[in-house]
Design a protein around this ligand. Structure first.
Ligand SMILES: NC(=O)c1ccc[n+]([C@@H]2O[C@H](COP(=O)([O-])OP(=O)(O)OC[C@H]3O[C@@H](n4cnc5c(N)ncnc54)[C@H](OP(=O)(O)O)[C@@H]3O)[C@@H](O)[C@H]2O)c1
Length: 288
């Protein structure tokens, strides 16, 4: 299989590239960072499709700075909505399938339960709105494409919330972390493994892929501290209202799936198991 990865310099792109090269050595994996391939550039995109003739393109590129999206709407729209539309059409033209990554921030958090694939999106901020426009464009461009929604990504390659908590606690500082924001923290390693398996299926439409279970940012941070042998009490409870931010965030967006169980893929692990694995990897990195 010939796989083309966009946004390979980001936290998911880096993990996915390394994962596929290690565990799918028989696949040809072409991975490009932003400096090498700007997904907003039609000329570059079409040339790559023509030259590489990929079977599948995984779009990990995005403008993910949620607060910056509020003031840089055009950039958000260009990278998160227009570029996926361009990619989907360019993929279609060479008979390739696009697997596009999206987010729990397409939801407003008002459901009061975990979100499944058929729930109706209602984004609260520009980032979520631009990502939803991207999803719609991908799904409208061809029947073979797949949108994979994930949530609260973290991995060894930051910046991300888990790395921020670890760095602060390792320096002996305390951190105030919100107790009323609930979601599905997802280890990039688990999502990379899921993507590797889903690439071999003919799944189309939307699928949710997040580590199972849900927790608050506070519980996540305390669990991380405990697993890393740091003081959980250094994580102090706070409320979202204590940290007013430019972009309004949804408060309750755990993802679950009515589809994963019916696909020929290994279900994702619990967030606790995935977090313990993350801590092992960090410790191994520190020892190396
Ligand atoms: N992080 C999360 O918590 C989270 C949660 C749910 C869903 N997601 C989704 O998961 C996907 C991966 O997220 P991530 O956490 O890996 O984000 P990330 O670390 O910010 O990676 C995104 C990558 O896209 C690159 N990029 C930006 N504009 C580009 C362009 N025009 N052309 C090519 N590359 C471009 C960025 O480069 P620069 O760094 O140079 O700008 C960065 O390397 C995204 O679709 C995101 O929306 C993320």
């Amino acid at each position: 299989m010939r796989v083309l990865i966009a946004g390979a310099g980001g936290q998911l792109g880096t993990e996915l590239t390394a994962w596929l090269r290690r565990y799918r050595p028989e696949w040809a994996v072409h991975a490009y960072r932003r400096e090498e391939w700007n997904v907003s550039c039609r000329r570059q995109t079409e040339a790559l499709m023509r030259d590489l003739r990929p079977d599948v393109i995984v779009n990990c590129a995005a403008f993910t700075r949620v607060d910056a999206c509020e003031t840089r709407r055009l950039t958000a729209l260009r990278v998160n909505a227009a570029a996926p539309a361009l990619l989907a059409r360019a993929a279609q033209a060479v008979g390739a399938r696009l697997v596009h990554i999206s987010t729990d921030y397409v939801f407003d958090g008002q459901k009061g339960g975990c979100y499944v694939e058929r729930d109706v999106p209602r984004p609260l901020n520009v980032y979520g709105w631009s990502k939803r426009r991207g999803e719609e464009a991908v799904l409208a461009a061809g029947e073979g494409h797949l949108v994979v929604r994930t949530a609260w990504l973290y991995g060894p390659r930051g910046p991300n919330f888990a790395r921020w908590v670890l760095d602060r606690l390792q320096r002996g500082e305390t951190v105030a972390v919100v107790r009323d924001v609930i979601g599905s923290p997802t280890h990039t390693w688990d999502l990379a493994r899921f993507l590797a398996e889903v690439l071999s299926t003919d799944a189309t439409g939307i699928v949710h892929a997040a580590n199972t279970g849900a927790c608050s940012r506070f519980t996540f941070a305390r669990t991380l501290a405990r697993l890393a042998g740091l003081d959980p009490e250094a994580v102090r409870p706070a409320r979202a209202a204590d940290f007013p931010l430019p972009a309004v965030r949804p408060l309750y967006t755990p993802l679950c799936s009515t589809r994963v169980g019916r696909l020929p893929v290994t279900p994702l692990r619990s967030w606790q198991t995935a977090l313990a694995h993350f801590v092992q990897r960090i410790k191994k990195e520190e020892r190396a």
